[in-house]
Design a protein around this ligand. Structure first.
Ligand code: ATP
Length: 243
């Protein structure tokens, strides 16, 4: 048990979640390392949602609402930290959820599918789904559900590897990334990068989505056109440097 008055309580709770996911067999070894990299960047931004991330979140939600076939891509890390928030987001924004694992094994996919099933949620990308390869690239980095990512116009990825993001971007899909590292390949390649911890970003996205769903398309388009991912990433880096 982690004592609640421990100065690093929140951070240690997240570590426990990651460790549990690893023990339960749906998080790959490298997922634990990826978490550590995220932790370091979260430390540098002060473990709070910075103004640049808030702008990116608003733009991401507006883009999501205007998309035709949006998909929320999940992996072991995102599930370990935020499964219930991800489900809530998909309900509010009518997005499909698809499992996409960098180190895909049937066992891991089945375990994640069951976590959703227990919550009454059907997910794409499981072993009995029709899986295709994006751009004909026969690699687990390019697998996609026919009715999900393969035909999606927008994919929300979090804690994602750069290779897969590159494949998604090159196939002409819009990519929203939640990634604490503004320098990662994913952060640099995505159309909209939210430099924030998934555990803070998704609840905020839900809050803003509820508000934005009442707005007209012109309002949403204006938010999108005022946003530059390049500038936003620069702001995040400046913040880290000056902090
Ligand atoms: P890339 O391949 O994109 O250059 P990478 O090699 O660091 O990045 P991974 O380790 O596969 O890729 O991805 C993990 C990414 O997720 C890292 O950029 C890390 O900072 C980020 N990350 C880890 N934990 C969190 C979290 N809780 N919330 C948001 N981002 C996170």
């Amino acid at each position: 048990m982690i004592p609640k008055n421990h100065p690093r309580y929140e951070s240690l709770v997240l570590r426990e979640k990651i460790k549990k996911a690893h023990d339960e067999g749906y998080l790959a070894d490298s997922g634990m390392i990826a978490h550590g990299r995220g932790e370091a960047f979260d430390y540098l931004i002060g473990e709070e949602t910075i103004a640049a991330a808030y702008e990116a979140i608003k733009t991401a939600v507006a883009t999501f609402i205007l998309a035709k076939n949006p998909v929320i891509s999940v992996n072991g890390n995102s599930i370990a930290l935020a499964i219930d928030d991800i489900i809530n987001l998909s309900c509010v924004l009518n997005g499909k959820i698809e499992i996409n694992l960098f180190y895909r094994t049937d066992k891991r996919v089945k375990k994640i599918k069951n976590l959703f099933k227990k919550r009454g949620i059907h997910v794409l990308g499981s072993n009995d789904d029709e899986l295709l390869f994006i751009g004909g690239i026969e690699s687990s980095r390019a697998t996609a559900s026919k009715n999900g990512t393969y035909s999606a116009d927008l994919v929300l990825v979090s804690l994602e590897d750069g290779d897969r993001t590159e494949i998604l971007v090159n196939s002409g899909k819009k990519v929203i990334a939640i990634d604490l590292n503004p320098l990662s390949r994913t952060a640099q390649m995505a159309d909209i990068t939210i430099v924030d911890n998934i555990i803070r970003a998704i609840p905020l996205m839900i809050e803003i989505a509820k508000e934005f769903k009442k707005k007209d398309d012109e309002y949403l388009k204006k938010i999108i056109s005022n946003f530059s991912n390049e500038e936003n990433l620069k702001r995040s880096l400046e913040y880290i440097k000056l902090k």
